[in-house]
Ligand binder design. Structure first.
Ligand SMILES: *[C@@H]1O[C@H](CO)[C@@H](O)[C@H](O)[C@H]1NC(C)=O
Ligand SMILES: *[C@@H]1O[C@H](CO)[C@@H](O)[C@H](O)[C@H]1NC(C)=O
Ligand SMILES: *[C@@H]1O[C@H](CO)[C@@H](O)[C@H](O)[C@H]1NC(C)=O
Ligand SMILES: *[C@@H]1O[C@H](CO)[C@@H](O)[C@H](O)[C@H]1NC(C)=O
Ligand SMILES: *[C@@H]1O[C@H](CO)[C@@H](O)[C@H](O)[C@H]1NC(C)=O
Ligand SMILES: *[C@@H]1O[C@H](CO)[C@@H](O)[C@H](O)[C@H]1NC(C)=O
Ligand SMILES: *[C@@H]1O[C@H](CO)[C@@H](O)[C@H](O)[C@H]1NC(C)=O
Ligand SMILES: *[C@@H]1O[C@H](CO)[C@@H](O)[C@H](O)[C@H]1NC(C)=O
Ligand SMILES: *[C@@H]1O[C@H](CO)[C@@H](O)[C@H](O)[C@H]1NC(C)=O
Length: 893
């Protein structure tokens, strides 16, 4: 029993993060803006120049990159539908003592309880420890759960309804396991570069598409009574160097994503605005620095942009070990420390005891603590946790039925895994999303759908079969063996089963009396050549994997080193195609892969992108291959002809200084980059074929009469406090006889002397707190703010565009008409996506596509006025079937 726990602990040593051994153990009590772990505050940094020579790109990064201080941290006011939740939260928080409040803000330590993160509890008021659990595609570290399609597949469906249904199903599973917060969905990484290891956890490098699917996923999860955690905020676009590094890598800080103000708003913050507007209960700040200030203590990003401008009413939690200072992070807007210890299992915390002390010594005002707790408890009420909470009934750290409640301390032996089967009928929606996300890239002479009566069907490639070690054979899916249905890292779930393409296709062929042979060894060239030469149809399965940086596979440290296929995929395809003129290629990948040669091979009659479909992989695919489902998926990213066509790439080599990642491309990522340089992609953003055909006609636009845009003005109320805090330090020491669990984080003091209790050699030496950070008086409201999601008038509908889509073929199909807008300015992308809908159309039928264009959809961020403006340039809306096939257009006048 013991040894199995120990083994699991090692295998499972990371959540959203690297293993503890590879991250710094910083110690600081610094309170300054952007204070780094060694206690030296960074100056506000200005990056005046941009490296790119493309004038359009340079101009795209319109403003200087700075992270100026912004204090005080805005206090939640219950606006935007949060009223009732705030009323209940304030009533509960008002009854809490200082120690109880601190408990709600701070995790109890890594592996201190059974979820990947647990807060302290308030037993006196019946407020349980909150259970925060991975992941964005299901429940990590539990059995009898579903493995849903990854976010990138949801994006390939372009279906709001499916995003909502998947969210609701995932939320229900978390709820029934006792989870309070599901750590998803993801909009950071957004996908600045296709090599980014965790892009697949999110949706698409297009902020509009990601934003809409974020919003639906948040609504879905929360409709099931679980708090969504939209993450990682922000600039978390690569795995390399995302955390402070220690020897032997050099003692350097995490990279800084240097993003100008306009790009921040128009690209990277955009989907977070949607998540906030949809009511996301929490947001996770990321490991990296943004403009040289750590994301979890960056007052500009948290106080100004997220809580000020976006009017976020829920709570900000840190990524696991992304909190690097106590007072700084509290004043900069962080609300919850995860998993609570300074780094894994130190037994020390920047908050816990230290937060109790910081309130008692006056560096963190009571109103700030009260605001943290109110936000957390309000999110809890907002989604109905008071009605839906069930006891936690699983254990992240052991697969055994009996084990320790407190794994790292090896205490509290008892029933830890109750094995509650929470899957319901979710297999059905998983299979449907899997099929709906298949993108048909090439289909010569109706090679697909297959009839099923082919004499000999050959299936070739390791990606078609099982992992010999089982679907969960590698912890955190940390290998690329067998068919790829999920990337690796903390963004995973355990498979309840995995239907391989081999199984599903074989079942299909045998049911129709055909014959079937498969070869999983990519390098069995002679056998492959022989089989392909005999086959009526040869299906080749190839893949490319990526994941989180704490696991390295074949030299890929989370991020991909290249955009080519793994395990000799390209030569596998040419070997098969050399012997078979009906070769069908199926790609399972985490994002774009280079397919130019495969596309141009005349013997490759069809190419199918199936992404990361989850547990029903083979069934979903067979539904499309054999025509039960007519494919309607569209690429949520560009498949470029060359890696360099994407423009922005990753930083792979550690410099002798803090890695600076300059977002000099501005808004010009993915198709916006390709368009601006006139490159021809292999398959463009939004592209995807069907077994039927569609025609586009009759574009029309209606202009709505709405008032002018008015900046939000006025003052907030003063910061409220709830209850009074007694200043007698002796009242906060551990109660006599209190049993302390080893390495557990508590709110109590071990001495009534604050300096002694802090165990901090630098206690009291960091000087004044940032100007304004203590000020709880009424503050000016942010002009672009005013409600969750920003100024409500940004969401006014200014135009409605309609077009007619006709199914001109002979079978029913689904089409995703897309609306793009040219904002018209010399520094704007050629066009940006601003509308889409997945429509089901019968043969011969015409349906109307309707897209509402909101004020924000045609605005640019103006750094000078710190607001959105509609420029005077002519604006054109385009409608069509992909970003390059836009037959219809209309002026937005
Ligand atoms: C960036 O800041 C520098 C120094 O403040 C200033 O000289 C320069 O004009 C600014 N550039 C832009 C594009 O705003
Ligand atoms: C704080 O939380 C811990 C862990 O749940 C609990 O043991 C302790 O009693 C709580 N303290 C207070 C003051 O509620
Ligand atoms: C308080 O925080 C400081 C770093 O700011 C750390 O060195 C110290 O160990 C912490 N104390 C406790 C009791 O966790
Ligand atoms: C407790 O001490 C803090 C910091 O010195 C001070 O701001 C606060 O007013 C005191 N509260 C009470 C109730 O005396
Ligand atoms: C599993 O994959 C790893 C690399 O990801 C490889 O080294 C190993 O040989 C594979 N094992 C099997 C059984 O295929
Ligand atoms: C790209 O990376 C994969 C995985 O590491 C590897 O199998 C493949 O050989 C690489 N491609 C090239 C061209 O080096
Ligand atoms: C296509 O397949 C035929 C066999 O059907 C073969 O003779 C020919 O060389 C193949 N062409 C290519 C480009 O592989
Ligand atoms: C494909 O190859 C088969 C025999 O290998 C041949 O009968 C058929 O004509 C070929 N088709 C094309 C389009 O070349
Ligand atoms: C107040 O307490 C915090 C937390 O222990 C500590 O970091 C800070 O240095 C203290 N400040 C003063 C002025 O004592």
């Amino acid at each position: 029993m013991r040894s199995s726990i120990a083994l699991l602990s090692i295998a499972a040593v990371a959540v959203n993060c690297q293993s503890s051994s590879s991250s710094a153990a910083p110690s600081t009590s610094a309170v300054g803006e952007g204070a780094n772990p060694s206690g030296v505050p960074y100056p506000d940094t200005v990056y005046p120049g941009f490296a790119s020579t493309n004038p359009q790109v340079i101009a795209g990064a319109k403003a200087n990159q700075t992270s100026p201080p912004y204090y005080p941290a805005p206090w939640g006011d219950g606006s935007g539908g949060w009223d009732a939740a705030y009323t209940k939260a304030r009533a509960l928080v008002g009854q809490m003592t200082l120690l109880e409040k601190v408990n709600v803000t701070t995790g109890v330590s890594w592996e201190g309880e059974r979820c990947v993160g647990n807060t302290g509890s308030v037993p006196r008021l019946g407020f349980r420890s909150l259970c925060n659990q991975d992941s964005p595609l299901g429940i990590r570290f539990a059995d009898l759960v579903s493995a849903f399609p990854a976010g990138i597949n949801v994006a390939a469906t372009w279906s709001r309804g499916m995003a909502l249904q998947r969210g609701a199903a995932m939320g229900a599973e978390h709820r029934d396991k006792g989870v309070d917060v599901q750590l998803g969905p993801v909009a950071g990484p957004l996908g600045r570069s296709p090599e980014g290891g965790r892009n697949w956890e999110g949706f698409s490098p297009d902020p509009y598409l990601t934003g809409k699917l974020m919003a639906e996923t948040v609504r879905g999860i929360q409709s099931s009574g679980v708090i969504a955690c939209s993450k990682h905020y922000i600039g978390n676009e690569q795995e390399h160097f995302r955390q402070p590094q220690q020897a032997p890598f050099g003692n350097v800080q995490a990279y800084s994503s240097n993003i100008d103000d306009a790009t921040m708003h128009e690209t990277y913050m955009w989907p977070f605005a949607e998540a906030v507007r949809a009511g996301t209960g929490s947001i996770m700040c990321s490991y990296n620095q943004v403009n040289n200030s750590y994301a979890c203590q960056n007052s500009y990003m948290l106080n100004y942009l997220l809580k000020g401008e976006l009017g976020f009413q829920g709570f900000i939690m840190s990524d696991w070990q992304a909190q690097l200072a106590g007072v700084s992070s509290a004043l900069a807007g962080l609300d919850q420390s995860m998993p609570g210890d300074t780094s894994f299992d130190t037994g020390l915390s920047y908050w816990g005891t230290n937060l109790t002390i910081a309130v008692l010594n006056g560096t963190v005002p009571q109103w700030r603590l009260d605001d943290m707790v109110t936000r957390i408890v309000a999110a809890w009420y907002y989604v109905g946790r008071d009605k839906y909470q069930v006891p936690i009934n699983f254990d992240s750290w052991s697969t055994d039925t009996y084990g320790y409640q407190h794994t790292v301390a090896e205490e509290g032996y008892g029933l830890v895994n109750e094995r509650v089967d929470v899957r319901g009928n979710h297999a059905q929606i998983i299979r449907e999303i899997g099929a709906a996300s298949v993108v048909l890239l090439k289909n010569t002479n109706n090679a697909l759908p297959l009839k099923g009566n082919e004499k000999l069907t050959a299936v070739i490639g390791q990606d078609a079969g099982p992992n010999p070690d089982g679907p969960n054979g590698c912890s955190n899916r940390g290998c690329d063996n067998g068919t790829l249905a999920m990337g690796w890292g903390s963004g995973t779930a355990e498979f309840p089963y995995l239907v391989t393409p081999d199984t599903a296709i074989q079942n299909q062929v045998l049911s129709q009396g055909g014959s079937y042979e498969s070869i999983f060894d990519n390098y069995a060239t002679q056998q492959i050549t022989t089989l392909a030469g005999r086959a009526s149809v040869a299906m080749v399965f190839v893949n490319a994997d990526s994941g989180e940086g704490f696991i390295e596979i074949d030299g890929n440290q989370g991020d991909r080193n290249n955009l080519t296929l793994w395990y000799g995929g390209d030569s596998l395809v040419s070997t098969v195609a050399a012997s078979c003129n009906n070769t069908i290629v199926v790609v399972h990948s985490v994002g774009a892969v280079i397919l130019e040669a495969i596309k141009n091979n005349p013997n490759v009659t069809a190419i199918v992108w199936a992404g990361l479909p989850g547990q029903e992989s083979g069934n979903s695919l067979a539904d499309v291959l054999y025509g039960r489902v007519n494919p309607g998926g569209k690429l949520p990213f560009t498949i470029a002809a060359n890696r360099s066509d994407y423009g922005s790439d990753l930083l792979y080599t550690l410099p002798n200084e803090i890695p600076q990642i300059q977002y000099t491309e501005g808004n010009f990522i993915d198709y916006r980059a390709i368009d601006s340089t006139n490159k021809t992609p292999t398959y463009e953003f939004g592209y995807g074929l069907s077994y039927t055909t569609f025609s586009y006609s009759n574009i029309a636009v209606t202009k709505h009469q709405v008032g002018p845009y008015t900046p939000t003005t006025g003052q907030t109320s003063a910061a409220p406090t709830f209850g009074t805090i007694d200043n007698n330090t002796a009242d906060y020491v551990f109660p006599s006889g209190f049993h302390q669990v080893k390495l557990y984080i508590y709110p109590y003091l071990n001495s009534s002397d604050l300096k002694t209790a802090s165990q901090d050699p630098h206690y009291g030496t960091s000087g004044a707190t940032p100007p304004g950070s203590q000020d709880g008086s009424p503050q000016s409201k942010v002009a672009a703010g005013g409600a969750p999601g920003g100024n409500p008038q940004l969401w006014d509908v200014l135009y409605t565009v309609t077009a007619t889509i006709t199914n001109t073929g002979s079978i029913a199909g689904e089409e995703v008409p897309q609306l793009y807008v040219s904002l018209g300015g010399p520094h704007d992308p050629v066009k940006v996506l601003r509308g889409f809908e997945r429509l089901s159309i019968q043969p011969g039928q015409s349906v109307t596509f309707t897209a509402d264009i909101m004020r924000r959809d045609i605005s640019n961020w103006d750094s000078a006025s710190q607001n959105w403006v509609i420029s005077n340039y002519n604006k054109t809306a385009y409608v069509g079937s992909s970003s390059k096939k836009l037959p219809l257009s209309v002026q937005l006048a």
